[in-house]
Design a protein around this ligand. Structure first.
Ligand code: DAH
Length: 337
């Protein structure tokens, strides 16, 4: 019987067959128990002898089954390990890395440039008070120049800032009469209908420098460096008189066209110059309202349109491209710098 079982076990290679065979031998109605079927007809000595014989047989069978069970289990584990083996030499997945958004790139470029000139980067909230966005910038309630900057009001005193200039106010109030040299990049809002050159949400980078003996010449110098860095080393700038309530005198700053070099082309509407920003010497009223003595300290401010300068730099015709997240547009800036 044992030899026969050994032969049968050799042929088995899976748990199902194994369990069946085990039941055939060791089950309640199995071959081993069958050997004791006519026990009751035997004499006590015979019973004892048969009992011992069957017990030995049962033990041998069990040992064989246990050994085989281990063997099957080990084979299964080995098979699973083999199937889960990782080939570390296989090529990895390709991750699609995004790119820095062109507007963020412009902000990074401006920050690098101005930090290099000794400026600090200041920030302020996008939800502003009427006082900081307008009143302390010399635009009292009802002032006609507010028309150009109509925005979204949360209530008559709280609004979405229409310019980054309130960060000037916040910084001046915080510095309490001390010199200042900051830029403030950030989001701004206006009640504009969206078209190719207008968006209800856009970005600006404000600049403010206050100190003793700061003049318009310093403003021109800073902006010339900025124009060269952003639009090319051989750029020139020119200042034209303009009007902003928070500066006096105020100027509009043009940069010589980076596409035609100043000869005249479609980019500069044949003038050779492109208007890029507004600036001026900080109005005495603003200085006074923000705790500065205009006879002691004065300086300049400027406001750059981030979208505008980015559109000029890369020849982008529609401002809406910046905000629609079209990969065909964004991918073009992979190598741009
Ligand atoms: N805040 C102005 C605007 O949105 C831009 C500007 C002009 C800012 C002149 C200035 C400045 O600080 O001096 O139109």
């Amino acid at each position: 019987m044992i030899n026969e079982l050994e032969e049968k076990l050799k042929l088995i290679d899976n748990l199902n067959d194994f369990n069946q065979l085990k039941v055939t031998y060791l089950g309640k109605k199995g071959l081993i128990n069958a050997k004791m079927a006519n026990m009751k007809n035997l004499s006590p000595e015979e019973k004892k002898a048969l009992g011992q014989e069957v017990n030995i047989l049962k033990k041998e069978c069990e040992e064989l089954f246990n050994a085989k069970e281990k063997e099957i289990h080990n084979a299964l584990v080995a098979k699973q390990i083999a199937s889960e083996k990782i080939d570390v030499t296989m090529p990895g997945y390709n991750f699609n890395l995004g790119t820095i958004h062109p507007l963020n790139q412009t902000i990074i470029d401006l920050e690098n440039l101005f930090i290099g000139l000794g400026y600090e980067v200041a920030e302020g909230p996008e939800i502003e008070t009427d006082e900081y966005c307008f009143e302390k910038l010399n635009l009292p309630k009802g002032h006609p120049a507010r028309d150009m900057q109509d925005t979204f009001y949360i209530n008559p005193e709280i609004l979405l800032r229409s310019q980054t200039s309130p960060v000037q106010v916040r910084t001046m109030l915080a510095k309490k009469g001390k010199p200042i040299q900051i830029i403030c990049p950030g989001k701004t809002y206006r009640r504009d209908a969206d078209d190719a050159t207008h968006s209800h949400q856009f970005m600006q980078c404000e600049g403010l420098v206050l100190g003793k003996n700061i003049t318009l010449a310093d403003l021109k110098g800073a902006l010339l460096v900025m124009a060269k860095k952003m639009l090319g080393d051989d750029r020139k700038i020119r200042l034209r008189p303009s009007y902003f309530p928070f500066t006096e005198p105020s100027v509009e700053v043009d940069v010589s066209c980076h596409k035609c070099g100043g000869k005249g082309c479609s980019m500069c509407k044949n003038t050779g110059w492109i208007e890029v920003l507004g600036a001026g010497m900080v109005n005495h009223h603003v200085l006074e309202m923000c705790g500065y003595d205009p006879n002691e300290i004065q300086g300049f401010a400027f406001g750059i349109g981030i979208e505008r300068i980015t559109m000029l730099k890369y020849g982008i015709e529609d401002i809406r491209n910046f905000y629609t997240n079209d990969l065909r547009f964004l991918k073009q800036f992979k190598e741009a710098k």
